[in-house]
Write a protein that binds this ligand. Structure first.
Ligand SMILES: C[S@@+](CC[C@H](N)C(=O)[O-])C[C@H]1O[C@@H](n2cnc3c(N)ncnc32)[C@H](O)[C@@H]1O
Length: 247
């Protein structure tokens, strides 16, 4: 398991923390939902899920990192919120009660390394959602792959300003190698690399055809401007796909 999600989960939590009320408002409005139960597979420390809880939704977060789930619970406690946390792999879990909506942001699904695990995940999700429910995901579709793409930003952690850096350093056999680094002011560096599966528009549509979901719409990240659902999605970065569970 990736160390930034376990040993260094608290630093990850500080680095990936931004306002989510706008995203929550857009997703619920476009789903036609003002109440209900929201599921987030790969919820991490609950950054986005917390926004749904704040808006009055019941929330269920699933993650295989116990440190991440502890941080999520601590955030909820601090904000006086209640939620359900389940430590499990997102390729095989079952809830007591189905959900009305599901979300999975920031390309987390690319951690699933092949078609079989992605299909197992979509089947798992489908078992825990009502028919017609939306599953909102951010999963970049790429052709060609952009080796060399990178980002960095500053964040506060325990009174210090750290730098978070991310880069795509290679691609082989349909998988990209990504590197994440947290750099302390004194030069100390925490670094982790991991593999992320690459999907193109065509390979993704083919896989969805074998799943219980269809791609119903796509929206630009941030603005939620509607995007065409075709190969022009290849290369669009951190956009939203609205998958709908088929009847
Ligand atoms: C990029 S983080 C995203 C966290 C959170 N969704 C957010 O938006 O900040 C990815 C998360 O997926 C979890 N994860 C990765 N593979 C998983 C799997 N197969 N089953 C369950 N959780 C997984 C990691 O522990 C980590 O918390």
């Amino acid at each position: 398991m990736t160390e930034i999600y376990t040993t260094f989960a608290a630093i990850y939590d500080a680095a990936f923390d931004w306002e989510v009320a706008g995203e929550v408002g857009s997703i619920t409005a476009l789903s036609g939902l003002s109440e209900g139960r929201v599921l987030e597979p790969m919820c991490g420390s609950g950054r986005l899920l917390r926004g749904f809880a704040d808006a009055g939704f019941d929330t269920v977060g699933v993650d295989n990192s116990a440190p991440m789930l502890s941080l999520a619970q601590a955030h909820y406690d601090k904000h006086g919120l209640a939620g359900t946390w389940i430590e499990a792999d997102v390729t095989g879990f079952d809830l007591d009660q189905a959900c009305d909506l599901a979300i999975c942001p920031i390309n987390s699904l690319a951690h699933l390394q092949n078609e079989a695990t992605m299909l197992a995940h979509l089947n798992s999700l489908s078992r825990n959602l009502y028919e017609g429910a939306s599953y909102w995901i951010q999963l970049d579709l790429k052709a060609p792959v952009e080796v060399g793409a990178s980002e960095e930003w500053e964040f506060e952690y325990l009174g210090e300003t750290l730098v978070s850096q991310w880069a795509c350093t290679g691609c082989h056999g349909g998988t990209e190698t990504h590197v994440s680094r947290f750099v302390f002011p004194d030069g100390r560096v925490i670094e982790d690399d991991y593999e992320m599966k690459v999907w193109t528009f065509d390979s993704w549509m083919k896989l969805l055809g074998r799943s219980p979901f269809e791609l119903s719409a796509a929206y630009a990240g941030g603005s939620f401007t509607p995007l065409r659902v075709d190969t022009s999605l290849n290369g669009e970065r951190v956009f939203w796909q609205q998958l709908v569970k088929l009847l």
